[in-house]
Write a protein that binds this ligand. Structure first.
Ligand SMILES: Cc1ncc(COP(=O)(O)O)c(C=O)c1O
Length: 413
């Protein structure tokens, strides 16, 4: 039939009725959803303080921007090798040796469109339908969604408040079943800021060594934003190095969220599988971002260290401010740029506008409405009693935000 005589198919009244189960079942990232709500309110002229973002409030350092401009002028405009330029992968190996005492070769590195894609690559590579992935909880919002997209089963296990929400080796071992394929965690942790010590990770490595069929996805994206003075990589424990997939990237340490550049380091066969997957999905990530990333690594970590001093100062500022707010139970974060108080004391109370605060989502919405402060409820991090505030904002904004929060929380009956 020629196009002119064909009867046009009726447009479906509701296209979503035809969508895959996959897309219907996943939720939009809660952090992105909250940022959207807060932008909408700001567009109406409301003075919103947005503490929902998971990103540095610093500009990318100038030397990295300059390298990107030069990359354009030098003609880096073509497709790149799928796992990333060789010199960038070599620079990542040099970084892993310098900072982490880990020896990798470039064929063990896959550079991706953010650490988020590196995580997705490894989950899609390892997880069969029904496979279980143990997720140390509270966890970063996308872990469970990515496991579910791979038709795996997310098995969150919660650390205790007394242990700064860090899951212990014994708790990890107790969650292992014959279906366990992998375990994943971040240290420093988003959302809690908790940092695993060498002893704690050593004990986790001992459990892993007893289970050679279980992989560990160690998300070290906040590596540089660590106030303890020591970052430990799980892959440093030789007995389990080949079971560990180390995830890292440029978004947090180098304030490069928009450039979309991350990577994984793994056993060569695991890296090759992720390379194959990426070749069918996005190909190599942006050429210009990769040249910028190379310059970032060649510049060392001094620009990151300056930002970290600011995060440390703000952490202390905010801990001082929340101490003054009754009802918040806040562990001290040792890294990243969040605080993650338990807010369950407020559940069951009523707001001045008559709304009942049943859970942390209600509380986050109330704070947005009443205090004009955006935060993210803990349920999306697997911790429904908590709420996450970013501390990556100017000191005056943080001071003003927590004064408003204090007032709004005091108004709950
Ligand atoms: C723990 C954790 N892992 C991974 C990512 C993703 O980082 P990227 O911007 O490199 O995709 C984030 C971003 O918020 C994060 O907090």
């Amino acid at each position: 039939m020629s196009p002119s005589t064909a009867t046009p198919a009726a447009a479906p009244a509701d296209p979503t009725a035809y969508f895959s189960d996959r897309i219907l079942q996943i939720q939009e990232s809660a952090t992105i959803a909250m940022a959207k709500k807060s932008r909408e309110l700001a567009a109406q002229g409301v003075d919103v303080i947005n503490l929902s973002f998971g990103e540095p409030d610093f500009q990318t350092p100038q030397y990295i921007k300059d390298a990107a401009k030069k990359a354009i002028d030098d003609g880096f405009t073509f497709y790149t090798p799928v796992p990333g330029y060789l010199d960038l992968r070599q620079a990542i190996c040099d970084k892993l040796l310098r900072d982490n005492r880990l020896t990798y070769a470039p064929n063990q590195i896959v550079v991706s469109t953010g650490a988020k894609q590196a995580l997705s690559n490894i989950i899609m590579t390892l997880v069969n339908p029904g496979d279980e992935v143990i997720i140390f909880s509270p966890y970063w919002v996308s872990y469970a969604a990515q496991v579910e997209l791979a038709e795996g089963v997310a098995v969150p296990i919660m650390g205790s408040l007394e242990n700064d929400y860090k899951v212990t080796a014994a708790e990890f071992e107790a969650a292992i079943t014959p279906r366990t394929k992998a375990v994943m965690y971040s240290s420093p942790c988003n959302p809690t800021g908790a940092v695993f010590s060498r002893a704690e990770l050593g004990a986790i490595a001992e459990v892993l060594a007893r289970h050679p069929g279980i992989f560990a996805i160690a998300d070290e994206i906040y590596e540089y934003i660590n106030f303890t003075g020591e970052h430990v990589s799980l892959a440093q424990f030789d007995a389990v190095k080949d079971q560990v997939i180390t995830i890292n990237g440029f978004s947090k340490g180098y304030a490069m969220t928009g450039w979309r550049l991350g990577y994984l380091a793994a056993h060569p066969a695991v890296a090759a599988a992720c390379d194959k997957l990426q070749s069918q999905i996005t190909s190599g990530t942006c050429s210009i971002a990769q040249r910028a990333g190379l310059a970032a690594l060649q510049g060392g970590r001094s620009s990151a260290d300056e930002m970290v001093q600011a995060y440390h100062r703000r952490r202390d500022l905010v801990l001082g401010l929340v101490k003054d707010i009754p009802g918040l139970k806040t562990p001290t974060p040792d890294g990243a740029f969040y605080i993650f108080p338990d807010v369950s004391d407020f559940f069951g109370r009523t707001a001045p506008d008559g709304a009942v605060i049943n859970d942390s989502s209600d509380l986050a919405l109330y704070l947005l409405r009443d205090a004009h402060v955006a935060a993210v409820s803990g349920d999306s991090f697997g911790a429904p009693d908590c709420i996450r505030f970013s501390t990556a904002a100017a000191d005056e904004k943080l001071t003003e935000a927590f004064a408003r929060i204090k007032k709004s929380l005091a108004a709950l009956q």
